[in-house]
Design a protein around this ligand. Structure first.
Ligand SMILES: Nc1ncnc2c1ncn2[C@@H]1O[C@H](COP(=O)(O)OP(=O)(O)OP(=O)(O)O)[C@@H](O)[C@H]1O
Length: 182
């Protein structure tokens, strides 16, 4: 079985993915690491541009049926038939801004990532690519062990996808400008 852990940068994919890999005794495929090691990542301050077509071919070779595949690029570089379950981690954008501050992201990069989470960009693309294999989990405020339990239930098909609407929250808080205006 191959399981994908995806979501906006900073939601906790690596934290959860590593624990899960240990628990299920599966090997990790880190999409970003492979892209970097293959010279496909052009990293600069503001954006990470990747040749997704080349990365797709490389990943097709690497992935067997016993992997935890981690990365926000999952919907753009993985074949549907290669994976059994796709977990999208969702995290409150206010918490994400804190993670980005700790990482030293620029205001622009921080806002771009947080607004992408608010609009559910990766979730939309993931559902488009993997359809009924997708389970959405809200990790906000959850301890790592609690999130892990939910992810485990999602893998065995014992949990429904969770509802997330950050746009409603941010609108209610009158914070649209904070996330969407330069
Ligand atoms: N359930 C959790 N509760 C509290 N903090 C968490 C949780 N999961 C992860 N974190 C923290 O959030 C930060 C981001 O986590 P992590 O690096 O795993 O995210 P990521 O989605 O893999 O990011 P990226 O895609 O940029 O590599 C880290 O500081 C991590 O310790």
């Amino acid at each position: 079985m191959s399981i994908v852990i995806t979501g906006t940068p900073g939601v906790g994919k690596h934290t959860i993915g590593k624990e899960l890999a240990q628990k299920l005794k599966l090997e990790i495929v880190d999409i970003n690491e492979i892209a970097k090691n293959s010279g496909l990542f052009e990293e600069n301050d503001e954006s990470n541009d990747v040749d997704t077509e080349k990365l797709k071919v490389i990943l097709r070779e690497k992935i067997s049926d016993r992997h935890i595949i981690i990365g926000h690029l999952a919907p753009y570089v993985l074949d549907n038939e290669k994976v059994n379950r796709v977990i999208v981690l969702r995290r409150n954008p206010y918490d994400l801004i804190q993670v980005y501050d700790e990482r030293g992201y620029s205001d622009k990069k921080s806002r771009e990532n947080a607004s992408s989470e608010i609009l559910g960009v990766i979730t939309y693309d993931v559902i488009n690519q993997f359809q009924d294999k997708v389970v959405q989990i809200n990790v906000t405020g959850g301890k790592v062990q609690e999130v892990l339990e939910k992810v485990n239930s999602a893998i065995s098909g014992n949990i429904d996808t969770e509802e997330v609407d950050w746009l409603e929250l941010v609108t209610k808080n009158n914070d649209l400008k904070k996330f969407f205006v330069d």
